[in-house]
Design a protein around this ligand. Structure first.
Ligand code: C2O
Length: 565
């Protein structure tokens, strides 16, 4: 096997790496408008001016290079600024949806209140009838406000619009006109949603006069929770939403991997557990792998693919699975502007938040802390349950126990769902026979499954990662690509096998341009152990398009040493 690599040319024409962490992000001018009240020079550029002490490379642990994301200025929210892109089209479409919240200039920093009793968020499938009735009552009151006082920030439509405003364009970043504020695909994903749910829960509690009221989580990572929770599937209930995929009601098993094709429930469950294991444990080498990429003041919205494993994985999977394919923009849950209109969305996100709390407690070889002030000082605006407009900081939500809630325990069905290790490594000589090398195949538009050889920097079981570079996508399309390694069996539906490396997934979304450029990095350390890799100096990679391979072009592919991130 040692001679395999010499039989093909090392590819030297790999595409150039993008010039910044997110290609297409805005480069700020040297002197920009000041918001520090000083002499018009922003802090970041001053630091760069002092000899560029801080590189723009790794985002863990560096401090003063940039600035945190600032809370939006509600007075500049654009009521006509809500947009999306329809499937199959390239244009950014204006939506006739005013997502802006009511405005007041009375605002204050939020202080976590003292609490006597912890709210216990229970698994939705275990709720008693009484608990469901209470939840329905609270939701009915919240929906009522839509009619009696549409400007009450506690109303359901107002609550749903919060998500829209932070994701579909109405807010620009303060001090950066034209640069969207976007709470997905980066390290603020978990903290922002945690705050959003926190107030949503408190408002519902307030509406029924119960300060210990807790909302349930959709326990989709557990064998018993892998259907739409029944409480949400009753058409006469305020928890119901008709804008859902009708094939995914009743006993239909969720597909956390976000595909629509597989129907065999046993395979679905197995895939779900394998995905959970990978996104929580097996595919992670540092905190940002899980949390998502750094996102700082003035950065353009990070593209899909730079979100953390959980956000890109099970989180997106559920959005796709619930969203209604009969609707133009996959409303409600299949689009960020409308997802908050489905009560199931919040139930879903309580489990996403629970995943964050679980991940933090799982043993790992890396630190779970993000020691970066830009992360901790990022801030957002919400209305609390007393209709006060408050400013909240990421730092104040990092210890969730101080926020007064806890999740009821539920078995982690996926903890041991690492794929079965292959006893015998693939016969690469045979597998590679007749296959092209990567350089012959890229740039690649994966309209159908494609297989090719990729050289390894070191032989055998080294610490390496697979990088798909310059993935250009049509933002209007739902896209899903699965990646396999040394796959002799070619069973693309079975993601619970050792040979499955990971996926690229994109929900149709709105950004300024019609195209995004992404990179995807998939860690191989554990995969190499699982496939019991031989002492080869190349691997065979298979890319299988699940949705809209024709809406993607991948610039290049390479395997790097993990230390060289
Ligand atoms: Cu803000 Cu699940 O999306």
């Amino acid at each position: 096997m040692a001679s395999l690599q010499s039989s093909f040319i090392m590819f030297s024409s790999a595409p150039k790496p993008p010039s910044s962490r997110f290609p297409g992000r805005r480069h700020r001018s040297q002197i920009s408008c000041s918001r520090d009240g000083g002499g018009g020079i922003d802090r970041r550029n001053m630091l760069l001016g002092l000899g560029g002490l801080y590189g723009s490379g790794s985002s863990l642990g560096h401090k003063a290079e940039a600035l945190p994301i600032l809370p939006p200025d509600l007075s500049t929210c654009d009521p006509k600024g809500t947009t999306t892109t329809p499937p199959g089209s390239q244009e950014v479409v204006k939506l006739d949806v005013d997502c802006c919240p009511p405005f007041t200039d009375k605002q204050a920093d939020y202080k976590l209140p003292k609490f006597k009793k912890t709210r216990i968020r229970r698994a939705a499938h275990r709720l008693s009838r009484e608990e469901v009735e209470k939840y329905k009552l609270a939701m009915a009151k919240m929906r009522e406000l839509d009619v009696t006082d549409p400007d009450d920030p506690k109303g359901f439509t107002q609550q749903a619009n919060i998500h829209c405003a932070y994701c579909n364009g109405p807010y620009d970043q303060v001090g950066h006109p034209g640069v969207d504020l976007q709470v997905h695909n980066s390290w603020i994903f978990f903290p922002w949603h945690r705050w959003y749910l926190y107030f949503y829960e408190r408002i519902l509690g307030e509406l029924i006069g119960d300060p210990t009221f807790a909302l349930p989580y959709w326990n989709w990572d557990n064998l018993k929770g892998m259907t739409l929770p029944p409480a949400f599937d009753d058409p006469s209930s305020p928890l119901f939403d008709e804008n859902r995929n009708q094939d995914h009601r009743g006993k239909a098993v969720v597909d956390l991997t976000g595909r629509s094709g597989i129907t065999d429930p046993t395979q679905l469950v197995s895939n779900n557990l394998a995905l959970m294991y990978k996104e929580m444990i097996g595919g992670l080498d540092n905190a940002l792998d899980f949390m998502g990429t750094a996102y700082r003041d003035g950065d353009e919205s990070p593209p899909f693919g730079l979100g953390g494993t959980s956000e890109n994985g099970s989180h997106t999977g559920i959005h796709i699975w619930v969203g209604d394919p009969r609707n133009k923009f996959n409303e409600d849950m299949g689009n960020f502007y409308s997802t908050g209109r489905d009560p199931a969305f919040y139930c879903h996100h309580f489990n996403v938040d629970r995943m964050w709390t679980i991940w933090e407690k799982l043993p790992a070889t890396y630190s779970k802390k993000i020691d970066d002030d830009d992360f901790k000082n990022s801030a957002f605006m919400f209305y609390d349950e007393k209709k006060n407009l408050v400013r909240v900081k990421v730092a104040d939500c990092l210890d969730y126990t101080k926020m007064g809630y806890e999740y009821e325990y539920s078995d982690l069905s996926w903890l041991n769902s690492r794929p079965t290790k292959k006893p015998v490594p693939a016969n690469l000589m045979k597998l590679a026979n007749g296959l092209p090398t990567a350089e012959k195949v890229f740039p690649l538009k994966p309209v159908k499954a494609v297989k090719f050889l990729v050289p390894k920097p070191a032989k055998g079981k080294a610490d390496e990662a697979l990088v798909l570079e310059n993935i250009v996508t049509d933002n209007s399309k739902l896209i899903k690509l699965d990646v396999f390694i040394n796959d002799e069996d070619d069973k693309p539906d079975e993601l619970d096998r050792a040979e499955y490396v990971g996926s690229f997934t994109q929900l149709p979304h709105r950004v300024k341009g019609k195209e995004s450029v992404n990179n995807l990095r998939l860690n191989l350390r554990e995969v190499y152990e699982n496939i019991n890799i031989a002492d080869d100096d190349a691997v065979v990679i298979t890319i299988v398009p699940q949705f809209n391979g024709d809406a993607v072009t991948i610039g290049g592919i390479k395997i790097i040493r993990r230390s060289a991130k």
